[in-house]
Design a protein around this ligand. Sequence first.
Ligand code: ADP
Length: 501
Amino acid sequence: MKILFATSEAYPLIKTGGLGDVAESLPRALSAHGLDARIVLPAYRRVLEQLTEPRILGWLDIATAAGPQVVRVLEASHPAFSASLFLIDAPALFDRDGGPYQHPDGYDWPDNAERFTVFSRAVAQLADDRLGIGWRADLVHANDWQTGLVPAYLSQLERPPRSVFTIHNIAYDCQFDMATFSHLQMPHSWWSMHLGEFYGRFSMLKAGLVFSDVVTTVSPTYAEEICTPAYGYGYAAVLQTNCDKLHGILNGIDAETWNPRTDPLLVAHYQRKSPIRPAKKKNRKALLQTMGAGKTAIDASVPLLGFIGRLVDQKGVDLLADTIPVVFENHDVQFVIIGTGHTHLEQRLSLLAQHYPDRLFLHLGYDEPLAHLLEAGSDMFVMPSRYEPCGLNQMYSMHYGTPPIVHTTGGLADTVVDASAENLRNGSATGFVFEYPEVQDLSTAISRALALHADPKAWMALMKTGMKQDFSWERSASEYIRLYRAPDSAADGNAADGNNA
Ligand code: ADP
């Protein structure tokens, strides 16, 4: 079975969030199951700089806002990917400095709608083997709004391959007005409330939901949540209409990259069956040294709580900032925070770090090596997301023996088992779950965690239960393959049929 995995980011070439990780791991897991899974990415400048000798496969005629244009298709290989990559090379749209969606100064590229419309058009043609390379997709797996138009353009083909559309975060959708819609030369019929029109604008995400054969999202609980007004960002009604084709499949993690036994970014390795504490202590020291902590802070043997993530409202960063002083007032602990994002949240955390110079250590920026060190060097990981489609860090944390403290939402609810008395007794507990994203609830959860941490035996049992959890892509890939193969999967859809942890 030939799968074309259409994505706007793929780690390690280009990544802004969880989609980048999924794009690396899922196609590899599909290949391991014997599927011919290829990735197609825009040929961003930063991606081309990392590839040696991409091969020209051919040229496609694409209608763009500036009239018909020829877009080049490249093929390249990279050690991180099991199969070769396809790249859509449209230099006017992708050959620029900055991120995949943003200018180096942090604002969205004003032509994002056009960039990803052209990309989606080219992906549909590539899937249909318009290049004549002898590779025609049986199924196209599109991801998030950037490829929402892929199922739409596929629907125009004479023999369209099946399409799966995955929502990684429904809050990001790319909407534009009628003038842009006309400028992008989309078929007029698509401006319909039954297709891509969305409250007087056009939504690329809605196009993906409506035109695809199967819709998935990245955890069973999030699949249920997005069908409600509170979490649906306006799409609850559309999703309810399409609920027969909506499925929740939990993301896996790359258990090779995120393995404390072999992780080259750690200063000391460990595993469930070896002494964990001495190695974690060394990683803690290296982490605090890198963060610029003074000797007293490095030597203090107090619990260390970590946070990594985009500094945006979704991640509950404001809640964390409100809670830290409360925790400091009641407990002798330290915090390490790594993140980048909205200026007001960065400023808020900077002020806090200035206020607690020996207790709160902040790194504003994206730093993969430091993230690994934080997972290994912290004692607990705080993830107070207001909503979380799946979340990866709570799973990394469990594998690194760093029990997570999470709000019960989306993938956090599906992966973390609360350390209630009963769950501790029956050995299923892996972390701490709190119900409401409020200071009181979060600080109580942290206090519960610190109380258990004071009992070394109970804490070790909690760490070890987390470390043995199976979050491999293996299981999730099997779920996807079931959907890829089932022509009638639309008929047996179930918002919560994923592999619950
Ligand atoms: P989202 O996709 O919403 O950002 P996820 O938890 O699914 O959240 O994935 C985020 C990924 O990005 C994780 O691998 C996390 O470690 C990584 N990450 C986020 N911010 C940073 C940062 N500042 N430095 C290093 N890694 C980061």
